[in-house]
Design a protein around this ligand. Structure first.
Ligand SMILES: Nc1ncnc2c1ncn2[C@@H]1O[C@H](COP(=O)(O)OP(=O)(O)O)[C@@H](O)[C@H]1O
Ligand SMILES: [Mg+2]
Length: 396
């Protein structure tokens, strides 16, 4: 799948842009504040109806306009479709081939995109809630119904917390018995979330290691760990064995065993923490307390990895997600890499490009401040110059 054409009207500093792209590497060169990030942001917005750098959608509309129009031609297995989004103070109106689309998820499935933004580098050091949000999003393309699971879980959690708060603040002891039905729902939906997250982490892990080693050009082993109070340690290693198990039936049986164990542990912990929950007034057990930990050679990346290593872990994570998408859907998503070469030395920058070449990703957008920072022969790449909200072929 690839973006053939992008048109922007009054999106950020692009008042009127219409540009065609090639397959392969598209490299956008431009000085600071010319519109590099905004261009990738536009492509990302058409895919997800969200910006990767702000929640404030008004800031996406050019200051001298009341609305913004984004439109893209996407080619997929020989078919071309048009996606467009009109953004104004009433919200977003989405069209597919000129016809209104009600659900945003329609877009997600039409144009798949994986974006690296320098803001992603915070992922390793950020709060656990940000990591949960990140990985929950990464599950969505593979399992669209996961969104509903998460919404249901959040609702259950909110109601259960309200009940606990009432018991704590208003001493409504008689309501303690009302907790039980919430426990059951919490365990059901919570276990579902836990399994999806665990499965994603286990699928990412081998690619993360391979790609990190290729980009960093050494043998250090990065590992992504899903930290949860609800998975007995032996179930994690059992999980790894399960993946290697050839008999599908055997695998299902073991998965069901682990699910039973998780649920058992979930109920047991809820029981153990009951008094504490009454005291605190909120839910102390469940996947809303889970975390994801990156390490390199058994050392926590958060506290020991260099800035370059942080960047390489995140890049390897993004490329691993691209591989998983390809495995599931038979084609790569479009890869958007914003300002990807800062903090990478020449060798690593070259290794990254080589890795992207080896993977044979159909289309990649890369932004950089200087052409000299692009470390490779120009074969099969298209260069563009971005200047004050215009994009032109680059003539060196
Ligand atoms: N809503 C807007 N209207 C007009 N200009 C904007 C708007 N939002 C951002 N800009 C401007 O667009 C320019 C390009 O920003 P950006 O794409 O982040 O630059 P780059 O990534 O090339 O450094 C900046 O000068 C910024 O101030
Ligand atoms: Mg930028």
């Amino acid at each position: 799948m690839f973006l053939k054409e992008l048109s922007l009207r009054n999106f950020r500093n692009y008042t009127d842009l219409s540009i065609q792209f090639n397959k392969g590497l598209n490299i956008f060169i431009g000085e600071n504040a010319q519109g590099k990030t905004s261009l990738l942001e536009a492509a990302h917005f058409i895919h997800s109806l969200q910006s990767f750098r702000t929640q404030d959608e008004k800031s996406l509309i050019n200051i001298s306009s009341n609305d913004a129009l984004l439109s893209a031609e996407v080619e997929r297995e020989g078919n071309v479709i048009n996606l467009s989004v009109l953004l104004d103070d009433k919200g977003k109106r989405v069209k597919l081939n000129g016809k209104k689309v009600a659900k945003a998820s329609e877009l997600l499935s039409r144009l798949a995109v994986i974006t690296f933004s320098p803001d992603d580098l915070f992922l390793i050091k950020d709060l656990p809630s940000e990591r949960r949000r990140y990985f929950d999003k990464a599950i969505l393309p593979h399992s669209p119904s996961y969104l509903k699971t998460c919404i249901r879980y959040d609702n259950i959690l909110e109601q259960r917390n309200r009940l606990l708060k009432g018991i704590r603040d208003k001493k409504r002891d008689e309501e303690k018995g009302l907790l039980r039905p919430w426990d059951e729902q919490l365990v059901e939906e919570g276990t579902r979330i836990l399994f999806k997250r665990r499965s994603l982490v286990e699928q990412i892990r081998p690619f993360l290691e391979k790609i990190f080693q290729a980009i960093s050009r050494d043998n250090k082993r990065p590992i992504l760990i899903y930290e949860t109070q609800l998975l007995p340690a032996e179930a994690l290693s059992e999980g790894n064995v399960v993946l290697r198990c050839s008999e599908a039936a055997e695998q299902r049986k073991t998965e069901a065993d682990i699910a039973d164990k998780v649920k058992g542990l979930f109920y047991q912990l809820l029981e153990e923490k009951r008094k504490e929950e009454f005291r605190y007034g909120y839910t102390l057990v469940g996947p809303h307390r889970d975390d994801f930990q990156f390490s390199i050679d058994d050392q926590r990346a958060k506290t020991t990895a260099s800035q370059g290593q942080h960047r390489m872990i995140i890049l390897a994570l993004k490329l691993s997600e691209a591989v998983l998408y390809k495995e599931a859907f038979g084609e790569y998503p479009v890869l958007l890499l914003d300002d990807v070469f800062s903090e990478l030395d020449e060798i690593r920058a070259e290794a990254l490009i080589e890795q992207i070449h080896d993977m044979n990703i159909e289309q990649v957008f890369i932004t950089a401040a200087k052409k000299e920072s692009i470390p490779f022969s120009n074969k099969g790449c298209s260069f563009y110059l971005i200047k004050e909200g215009t994009v032109k072929p680059y003539n060196s």
